[in-house]
Design a binder for this molecule. Structure first.
Ligand code: NIG
Ligand code: FE
Length: 409
């Protein structure tokens, strides 16, 4: 249940600290005992939950989402079916840029209600800690608007949310011919983000037609000087070498990595940069080649998994589905998958000492599952196996119960 300290790299990803016939005791929101039932002290319990025949795990951690956005992109499905590539849709002013228009048009309150709806759904799939990026404003007013929505949700919602400034997500039409000037502007906005304490991380989309490896490197170096930990969307579609660069700038995570080179994979193993893999995105972009998770683990990398929840390349809140795809498409073993959505995912967003484990002294973030064992979830796909989500010792979601906060998406 607790197991080895720190992030789990390479072969350590097989370590899950499984306890059969366990007891978990919680007081004032914290775990006070977790271990074999036979060794548990006598507790005066106010409330007991009988978990016989059920699996109990740490709350899941989703370390890469684009939670706050306006509109949706169902009209792009027909283009995808005709085989129009994702980056061509973006080049024609659609894709991310169509969500930018919808986000700029939306009032803060609309964005808040919509994000709250998605957040509740994310939690209902067993997630208790997650990350949320901006990146659909692409100007000061609208990037700050998105980040303020995240900040309000951090206060109002039981989930823990790490916030990332992704101002460098695409080149807006007003800077079409001068991406460097746009990046300078985003660096200025980043100072405001820092002053207002609106994000802990900075991210950039390093991709053909968006930002080059060298532009990204310079941008992230400056972000570090301002005191941000950095993340990167790297080698998602074209293999540009963003994985190597991420390790060189000591990014906390490098995300996507479908086209990571052999050199990049070696560097991951030697660095502290966590590989956040997003097989839901590869699936939804209709690609045949998935990230080389096996090579990464064999080269001693730490792998995490995330939904990449967003309105274009991965419209799903279901982290369990990502666990299924990781088993089938990334050929990850069940133990590796559990570490990738708990311990390693927590480390990828700076929550390594707070989330991802059921451990004495930590917040009681726990999921009770309607399944007989831990192998079952990567196996039985497409449905929600959650029975109960406990966040900080309180029941935050129970199967069959309406969350009742907002009902529109
Ligand atoms: O992680 N690649 C860039 N960003 C997102 C997609 C955002 C969108 O299509 O709206 C991603 O895939
Ligand atoms: Fe993303």
């Amino acid at each position: 249940m607790d197991g080895k300290e720190g992030v789990r790299k390479g072969p350590d990803m097989m370590e899950i600290g499984l306890v059969e016939q366990a007891t978990v005791a919680v007081k004032d929101g914290k775990v006070i005992y977790a271990g074999p039932a036979e060794n548990a002290p006598q507790f005066e319990a106010n409330e007991e939950i009988d978990c016989h025949g059920k699996l109990v795990t740490p709350g899941l951690v989703d370390p890469h989402t684009h939670l706050v956005f306006g509109g949706s992109r169902e009209h792009e499905l027909a283009l995808k079916q005709q085989g129009v590539p994702y980056l061509d849709i973006l080049k024609q002013g659609g894709g991310i840029l169509s969500t930018v228009n919808a986000t700029r048009d939306a009032k803060e309150e609309e964005l808040y209600n919509k994000a709250l709806f998605h957040l509740d759904r994310i939690m209902s799939y067993g997630v208790t800690t997650m990350e949320a990026k901006s990146g659909y404003g692409l100007d000061e007013l609208n990037e700050l608007k998105q980040l303020r929505v995240t900040k309000q949700l951090q206060k109002d919602h039981p989930l823990d949310i790490a916030s990332t400034f992704l101002g460098a997500h695409a080149i807006p039409p007003e800077y079409k011919d001068d991406p460097d000037a746009f990046l300078s502007e985003m660096l200025r906005v980043m100072e405001v983000v820092k002053e207002e304490n609106l994000a802990q991380f900075t991210d950039i989309f390093c991709e053909t037609g968006v930002f080059t490896v060298e532009q990204s490197r310079k941008y992230l170096e400056k972000a570090k000087e301002l005191g941000f930990e950095v993340k990167i969307h790297a080698d998602e579609i074209d293999p540009l070498g963003g994985t190597e660069m991420a390790c060189e700038v000591d990014a906390i995570s490098a995300d996507h990595l479908v086209g990571a080179s052999e050199k990049g994979i070696e560097k991951l193993g030697e660095s502290r940069t966590i590989a956040v893999l997003l097989p839901g995105t590869t699936f939804y972009l209709n690609k045949n080649e998935f990230a080389k998770a096996r090579d990464m683990i064999e080269h001693n990398a730490a792998v995490a998994l995330a939904t990449d929840f967003n309105p274009g390349s991965s419209p799903t809140e279901n982290l369990q589905l990502i666990m299924n795809l990781a088993a089938l498409k990334l050929r990850m073993k069940p133990e590796e998958i559990w570490n990738a959505v708990t311990v390693n995912a927590a480390h990828a967003i700076g929550y390594g000492e707070r989330a991802g484990k059921i451990k004495e002294g930590r917040n009681a973030d726990i999921v009770i599952w309607d399944v007989p064992n831990y192998l079952y979830i990567p196996y039985h796909y497409g449905v929600n196996h959650v029975n109960t989500v406990i966040k900080g010792g309180a029941v935050a979601y129970k199967r069959g119960e309406q969350l009742g906060r907002v009902t529109v998406s």
